[in-house]
Design a protein. Sequence first.
Length: 247
Amino acid sequence: MIEFKGVSKKFDRKIILDDVSFVIEKGETFVIIGLSGAGKTTILRHIAGFLEPDRGDVLVDNIKMNRAKSKVRSGLRLKMGFLFQSGALINWLSVRENVALPLVEHKVGTMDEINKIVDEKLNLLQLGDAGDKMPSDISGGMKKRAGLARAIVRNPAIILYDEPTSGLDPVMSARINELIKTMQEKLNVTSVVVTHDMESAYYIADRIAVLYEGKIIECGTPDQLKASENPVVQQFINGRITGPIEG
């Protein structure tokens, strides 16, 4: 479904990704963890084709996303939903209009059909009463949920999540985790999740990759990660102050 082959990327002189390779299978929930600024979101942006690698290839459904023609890239993106960390709502559109935007842009049904789909997603994320509000009138957590509603409104085959539970209370975080698992189990959705929330990572992940100093230093099931003998991995997943990771 998704494959990185020796992907490297640097900004200015700073190496962000250094010969990164991995394969994400169809229907898998693949979680990426690592320090802030380690390059986790950069991986998501490569998958979506928002960034081009300096070296290596990014494949989606066995098609190269990098260097793909605009029409091919657009076709691959149609299979994806993307939840940005901030929610990335358009300020001059209501919550309802933000969620409906992917359907309207691609002319998916009549307005009555679109409104029915939007209502379904808003209610799923407990935003039924917020549809007519503007982004400036809702909380950060509600913006995140509205962004997620927009990401899933077209029932994409692939969903890219950037910190899906940050800024949410524990109950809503648990609801988002359940939603990720439900979409995988019922719709065979492939999910790529960037998070710092280890409780969430352990719950939703089929596999977890640890990104450190531009490289994937460990990749395995939650149980395999917990049993890792790598001191960097152990320090990070247990939140220890002392260890090889300097503050």
